[in-house]
Write a protein that binds this ligand. Structure first.
Ligand code: ZN
Ligand code: ZN
Length: 284
């Protein structure tokens, strides 16, 4: 659709947040409520980036609470590289292609199977994954297991539940090579950004990921120290990557509302150019 990105020029003066979650994955609020809170928070453009799920909000213009707000289609895929978990934000200029929705669905179904395996390993009488999750329409994370443990009285808090019970033996890493995720998403026309990249991992893997076709690093995040931001920018420049940014808002911590962290569109101009140009699927 041409509508989703038409008129970027005006939007460049607007406020952006390109990373947030709804209750379709491990966020607190349903997608429509996330959108409403984004509008109330004064945001002009958002991407809802649920874990291994896309399509909970339709891309393009919405009018909410008397405000025009634009949605960029996105998702946050979980992958692994050399035994560690990394997250890949994927954005599309319009509707995501069916093949990407299929990829998300199979990843979410694998999450439901992983959840059920954890439930039976723990043997604490927890409920298995819902029908929605089993069908790949919701993405279950360790957060959900932690919450179920609290509700069943086995932990005082979600964090305690995760730390005590949701070990890697109980909940293994998601089985998607990060490099393959980059390649596949790029080939499907997605613009990819490495979410909250750790400093040492940037030093170790940025080159590998850039060669696989990564477009961006998530270098604009709340609470980043100036030297960390500078470091991410330097790595991005070195490997020809652009920057994205977002709050990674889940809605659980009280007092943290959408819009408290926001980015000027002009600071995302190289990313927006890339997004509106579409991406060639061929990597040099
Ligand atoms: Zn999350
Ligand atoms: Zn996230």
């Amino acid at each position: 659709m041409t509508g989703a990105l038409a008129g970027w020029k005006g939007v460049r003066r607007g406020w952006f947040d390109l990373h947030m979650h709804s209750s379709a994955s491990d966020g607190r609020y349903p997608p429509a409520e996330v959108l409403r809170r984004a509008a109330l928070g004064g945001l002009d453009v958002i991407a809802l980036t649920d874990h291994d799920l896309a399509g909970a909000l339709s891309p393009g213009e919405h009018r909410v609470e008397g405000r025009d707000i634009r949605v960029i289609a996105g998702a946050e895929l979980t992958g692994r590289h050399l035994g560690r978990e990394y997250h890949l934000l994927v954005y599309f200029p319009g509707e995501p292609p069916t093949a990407f929705l299929d990829l998300c669905r199979s990843q979410s179904q694998a999450r439901a199977e992983r959840y059920n395996a954890a439930v039976s390993r723990l043997d604490l009488g927890l409920e298995p994954a819902s029908a929605d999750a089993a069908a790949g329409r919701r993405a279950l994370t360790r957060h959900h297991l932690g919450r179920a443990l609290v509700q069943a009285g086995h932990a005082q808090s979600v964090t305690e539940g995760i730390q005590r019970f949701a070990t890697r033996e109980v909940v293994p890493l998601i089985d998607l090579p990060f490099v393959e995720a980059i390649r596949r998403c790029r080939a499907l026309g997605g613009v990819t950004s490495w979410a909250h990249p750790p400093r040492q991992a940037l030093l170790d893997h940025a080159q590998t990921f850039a060669r696989a076709g990564l477009h961006a690093l998530e270098g604009l995040r709340p609470g980043m120290r100036r030297q960390d931001r500078t470091f991410v920018k330097r790595v991005a420049r070195r490997f020809g990557l652009v920057l994205t940014g977002g709050s990674d808002w889940h809605g659980w911590s009280s007092g943290s509302n959408l819009g408290l962290f926001r980015i000027r569109g002009e600071d995302l101009a190289p990313f927006l150019d890339r997004l509106s140009a579409g991406c060639p699927s061929v990597v040099d």
